[in-house]
Ligand binder design. Structure first.
Ligand SMILES: Nc1nc2c(ncn2[C@@H]2O[C@H](COP(=O)(O)OP(=O)(O)OP(=O)(O)O)[C@@H](O)[C@H]2O)c(=O)[nH]1
Ligand SMILES: [Mg+2]
Length: 440
């Protein structure tokens, strides 16, 4: 299944992660528990296992001290910052926003220092909580005013449907706000917890949510790093190249960013099977990696890269192959402004690693079906809550046949037994209670 394939450390991904060039030096600004966890994992990526080199860096901001302590970055360049009194924002987005605002100047200075060598910053938040979701708009402001205008994107998680009404409400409020100004911002990479969690739990039914979160964070980090490396490391075999400058354009394209990747064993591949893996690529593009439900027809930009060893490249990258791939992307996104199909080969792979396909789509709208699902779930929960409220009035519509109206002369004690009644407070409480109970 898909997750197995992604998780497998094949030669190719080991090679990609081990000391290749990067298109961009990323910085990660993480907000809240989800945001800091993902940002820390992204910055923990190493380019060379031997040299222990971390090419990225992160600034982790949370209002909950315990949660901030729990995130333990390996990368010693990653910095943490506590906002508020350490008790968290308890799913209150107004509080999350206020706590951030109170430290905005300090954060702004920390951002400038922490990301002075970064080419590009990813603002990371888990949508649904109080801190990350509350602070995300303010943090956009910080980046715009700290020299990162046009040089930042967002990684946002979508909550699972079962996380409850408040979480959905918070997430939808922010998505709506961000969606309305999206055309003026950088790309947004959605990590759909509902989708990934469902796939993960099918794959590993006995695992826990925390195992899932760890897995998904690592998965986001590796996927992003892989894209950043593939675009900078290999020699193209044709005139088309999905290179660093192409990647940079994608990272400047407003709207949703979507991608798919898979690796096929080289031994099972030859040019005559191109239709079958073109179909597989198409299926995986629709299924997506981190999220799905996009209208790919609307993509402004896309790129497909195919990477393999020299031997496989010689028999695979035929004119026919390129044509099949071109037909595929034209079918999926006919109006995209640019759509290079880039094929790469490397001598470093010895014919056993396989063929890796990467497809990236930029400039998409929010995933309609997923947002609709969240809105409907929120509506359903709201209706259930309303019904519950109605139920509180157990005796609504009850009319007594006998006259059992209380005598207004009865004292509180006579009605309710031994209660103090000599203080003003009790008297006014009593009056209020009486009024409420007996509608006097
Ligand atoms: N993929 C992923 N999603 C996460 C992770 N942690 C939390 N989330 C998601 O992020 C949402 C927001 O949760 P948190 O990040 O814990 O919230 P917070 O920003 O700390 O806000 P408060 O705790 O309410 O102040 C959750 O509803 C989850 O859907 C994580 O490690 N990985
Ligand atoms: Mg929290």
């Amino acid at each position: 299944m898909m997750i197995e394939t992604r998780n497998t450390k094949d030669n190719l991904s080991t090679l990609i992660q081990d000391g290749k060039n990067l298109s961009m030096k990323f910085g990660f600004l993480g907000l809240g528990m989800g945001g800091t966890s993902i940002a820390a994992t992204c910055a923990d990526i190493k380019t060379s296992i031997k040299n222990n080199h971390h090419p990225y860096t992160a600034l982790l901001i949370n209002s909950n001290e315990i949660d901030l302590t729990k995130v333990q970055p390996i990368n010693s360049n990653t910095k943490k910052m506590l906002i508020g009194d350490g008790k968290g924002a308890g799913r209150d987005i107004i509080m999350g926003e206020e706590l951030y605002k109170a430290k905005a100047d300090e954060i702004s200075n920390a951002v400038k220092t922490q990301f002075q060598d970064a080419d590009y910053v990813w603002l990371v938040a888990g949508l649904g909580g109080g801190t990350g979701t509350g602070a995300v708009i303010q943090a956009i402001g910080t980046l715009l005013n700290s020299g990162f205008s046009g040089k930042f994107g967002m990684i946002l998680t979508l909550p699972r449907l079962k996380e409850g009404k408040t979480v959905l409400d918070n997430a939808l409020q922010r998505l709506k706000k961000i969606g309305s100004v999206m055309e003026n911002l950088g790309p947004i990479l959605l990590v759909d917890n509902e989708k990934l969690f469902t796939e993960f739990s099918l794959e590993k039914p006995n695992s826990s949510v925390s195992e899932y979160l760890k897995f998904s964070n690592k998965y986001v980090a590796e996927a992003l790093h892989e894209l950043n490396t593939v675009t900078a490391s290999y020699l193209p075999t044709s005139e088309y190249h999905f290179d660093s400058s192409e990647f940079e354009k994608i990272l400047k394209t407003p709207g949703l960013l979507h991608f798919a990747r898979f690796t096929e064993k080289a031994s099972t591949i030859d040019a005559s099977q191109q239709l079958s893996y073109a179909q597989k690529l198409k299926d995986l593009i629709n299924r997506g990696v981190l999220s799905d439900g996009y209208d790919l027809n609307a993509a402004k930009r896309l790129a497909v890269s195919v990477l393999t060893d020299t031997l496989t490249a010689n028999r695979l990258f035929t004119f026919e192959f390129t044509k099949t791939m071109e037909d595929l992307v034209n079918d999926i996104s006919p109006t995209a402004l640019e759509k290079p199909i880039a094929t790469y080969q490397t001598n470093e792979l010895k014919g056993t690693a396989g063929v890796s396909f990467y497809a990236v789509f930029a400039g998409l709208d929010l995933p309609k079906d997923r947002i609709t699902e969240m809105v409907l779930e929120h509506k359903k929960l709201q209706e259930l809550e309303n019904q519950k409220k109605e139920k509180i009035d157990l005796f609504a519509g009850f009319e007594s046949e006998s006259s059992n109206k209380p005598s207004p002369n009865k004292s509180f004690d006579e009605l309710f037994g031994n209660t103090e009644n000599d203080s003003d407070k009790v008297i006014s409480d009593k009056d209020a209670l009486m009024n409420k109970l007996f509608d006097n």
